[in-house]
Design a protein around this ligand. Sequence first.
Ligand code: ZN
Length: 225
Amino acid sequence: MRSGTEWTMGHAAPVKCTVVGGQWPQQRLADAGYSAEQVCQLCHAAPGTLCHRHWECDGTAALRRRSVDEGVVAAARSPAAGRPLWNRVLFPDPSRWIQPPLNEPMTYWFRVPADGIFSGIVYADGSGLYPTMPGLRRIGFAIAALDSRGHLTGAAYGPGVHPMQAVPVAELLAFLVLLRHSMAPLDAKSDCQMLVNGFARGRMWCTNTCAGTCMLHSSLISVLP
Ligand SMILES: [Zn+2]
């Protein structure tokens, strides 16, 4: 952050204190019973946490603007930011270099079905990489159609374009893409119980549960005849 002749022992000492967890912002004082006041004493607008002091407080904004660029501040404020890494200035959290999920819906055709339309027995599925790491997880979908002899007659796949990178969302996206590229007779197969429940219970259930996926459920219902 600072370099060359600007860097003095006056800066090094607070950094060392921060790195080793020696800072006592207001929230920590309150948690430990040393103060009845947990609100930041500079701005009085939020709990006085270390994160607030370093990355959010209006009272430290001028220092922040002078020392770090806006991209660093945005990354530090991200919900996915690793708090100890940012708040103790250990090093920039590597999650800032993770590519965000794609935002342009794409459907890639492995095999285009007859007339470009799925029908008959069709399997739709969603999946995700890094299932145990929400910040890294990326989802996608795939669709495959088989004829009566089990031969592949059509297949498509694509990224799961949605703010919520979770496998159930990928399952819904798979089915949504299928419905947009299919016609009767259609014997659609899915291994997603939430999807099956959605079709069985209808629009009200789909739009009143599972916040975040209700819009997708609603989209599914809307493309049905
Ligand atoms: Zn403040």
